[in-house]
Design a protein around this ligand. Sequence first.
Ligand code: AMP
Ligand code: MN
Ligand code: MN
Ligand code: MN
Length: 283
Amino acid sequence: MNTATALNADLHCHSVHSDGVLAPAELARRAHGNGVRLWALTDHDEVAGVAEAATAAASLGMPFVPGVEISVTWAGRTVHIVGLRFDPANPVLTAGLAGIRVGRAERAAEIGRRLDARLGMSGCLEGALRYAMNPGLVSRTHFARFLVDQGRLPTMQSVFDQHLGQGKPANVPGRWAGLAEAVSWIIGAGGRAVVAHPGRYAYSQLEYGAFFDAFKEAGGEGLEVVTGSHRPAQFDEYAKVARHYGFLASRGSDFHSPRESRVDLGTLPPLPEDLTTVWYDWF
Ligand code: AMP
Ligand code: MN
Ligand code: MN
Ligand code: MN
């Protein structure tokens, strides 16, 4: 048995410090209870929850590494790059993330204006902010939660389908990091960069190849193969990509909320045994 791929690692999830609904310590307990034995918290563009997560994981005897999911623009589209096992106090990294959050706040104001106009209401930004514990980290998720709880739309999915999703009128492009820039922040802080949910981007085949080449060229090493954001058929597809490019493989639920998330912490199938895991040299 390949002990590395057999380890129940969950290296992707969100807390109230970004668009999750649980506190880092609650996530730690849930992960541990579900059998997770290597855990990372990966909030969007923010590391403020890492210290609480580390303390909670340590008290449970659950190995933990700091994480983050950085918003990046590449070839006109948003991609997410996960950073793992870096120094969360690294000043270049924390300054870079702070810059992304400034762009997020401006974008949230514009999303609010567009939703107000489209829905014939006022206060969408203020509503979304009530759902964001961290006012510097307002995401589309917070707008969607607000509109569903107001009864304006039936489901989160319907908000994205009609208003906030790719190509929809209230989808405001973010002022995100560059690909090489985000990867350099992670590596500079001593960490490892991983492409989050590679199956979710609307790139052409040609663009995907150029994207993986650019990521590798920048020093990126890993690819999420088994993620809650992939359909099971995509586990095999991205295992092939990992083999082709020599990427290390990662696994993570992308858990946000007990009510909203399809996949719970620590419940995905293991990585294919022949892959080298992103955690192969951590122990
Ligand atoms: P943002 O970073 O503000 O662009 O928001 C992106 C977040 O929205 C993702 O991290 C997901 O948590 C969430 N999201 C994206 N698409 C959907 C969808 N179709 N349904 C529900 N949540 C979504
Ligand atoms: Mn999210
Ligand atoms: Mn993501
Ligand atoms: Mn995520």
